[in-house]
Ligand binder design. Sequence first.
Ligand code: PMV
Length: 307
Amino acid sequence: MKASAPGKIILFGEHAVVYNRPALAVPVTQVHVDVEVSDSSRRGGFINASGIDLYAELNSLPADHPIASVILKLFSALGISQIPDIEINITSTIPVASGLGSGAAVSVALIRALSSFLFHPIPDDEVNLLVYEIEKLHHGTPSGIDNTVITYNKPVYFIKGQPIETFTVGKPFTIVIGDTGIPAPTKESVGDVRLLWLKDKTRFEEIFDLIGQTSLIARRSIESGQPELLGELMDQNHALLQQLTVSSPELDKLIDAARKAGALGAKLSGGGRGGNMIALAEQAKAESVASALISAGARQTIITEIS
Ligand code: PMV
């Protein structure tokens, strides 16, 4: 039984979304996690995740191991107490801890493949809830945006705790993604922003409001077929993220390089401090923006069309 799940990028609103402001995120299908579950001649469960050098019996992993915790949570939701004789193969092209949602994508694909293999396929709403529970185990206070966009594989306008809203794209646009190659755990940047907010709630609530407004205006621009307006909004959103202290010299360097190469705007995407940045580019300029990112030190670039 096979299942896969895409990566994702946050277009607008990261961090502020933890404080109930809206954010926009879209799936990135060029990168994905693929999971295959099959019968095994060995007793118990065996996991093979070559990308992270993991070859192990499920029993031998601590219960809070990111992959074991997904499997155990699913077994408990399905009322399965004994590990079946199965082999689980996980492969991924999503860079880890870089803001592309690799953790949530592993959870979604694993739950889908495993539950179908065990003859208990789970509907999307339940997959989403289960993956959110797992995100909470590893990320502290996640907003739930990653699990939502990855489970439904659709653009989402996300406000924490509110029903899922997808949005339509009036006119396709091109985003260039640049990876700093620096892994940056979201839990840390989210924790640091929380400390700053606790010290000066008035100032940080104001920043969150401004970020929330960029998400709202961006959604209107996308829906009304005016994606060229997103460039300036991205620049504004990035400046606000810098005030939250979640950018980094490497991210700023890539963002600067993208703008100099003709991008209409650029910002970090995800938790920040490392991981990925995104730039809006006219389709004809996307390749040159991507090469400028590589020259400025990006480990990898992806050109994706949002449609
Ligand atoms: O680093 P990512 O892509 O998982 O995104 C984190 C987004 C935050 O808003 C910083 C945290 C959250 O839970 O929404």
